[in-house]
Design a protein around this ligand. Sequence first.
Ligand code: GRF
Length: 197
Amino acid sequence: SRIVVLASGTGTLLQALIDATADPGYPAEIVAVGSDRPGCGALDRADAAGIPGFAVPLGAHPDRAAWDVALTEAVVAHRPELVVSAGFMRILGPAFLAGVPCPMINTHPALLPAFPGAHPVRDALAHGVKVSGATVHLVDSGVDTGPILAQEAVPVLPGDTEAELHERIKITERRLLVGTVAALVRDGRDRTRGDLP
Ligand code: GRF
């Protein structure tokens, strides 16, 4: 299956998918990587892996709606059968959700519905939780609210900084994402509806 990955940051989650898809037995290929941030680590990793990358910066468009349409066109151009948001830090608007004809999943470094939003690791630490984790979910019109596909708990250790806890969660997040993508694609192929060829 054709996957388009959207990312905004260092791209270690993307890298985990790149490494997984290098195995010919993995049932999906990354056909493009998109970002809102030109020059971000994720686009560098795509280049290094020979995967086409594209950037749709917010500032290059008169308003959010125009950006949403431009991003949708850039993604649809690659004919994705699954879109994966792997550390994409923008909220996707209605044009995107209506314009992209395939399922989309997102990964979040917290046990949703706890700690949605842009700073879940910081929020979890501030709340004093003893356990957090990673969630992979289908994207719907809300923020971090779609049906949950996979979760795994990650312990919070005394004295954890945000960076330390986030890195520990990302180790789990990468494995969860790789496994969930493979399951989705295989399940999609098995389903009689065949909506994930
Ligand atoms: C991940 O924890 C993702 O869930 C969050 O940002 C992080 C991205 O990490 N939204 P990376 O850029 O893939 O290293």
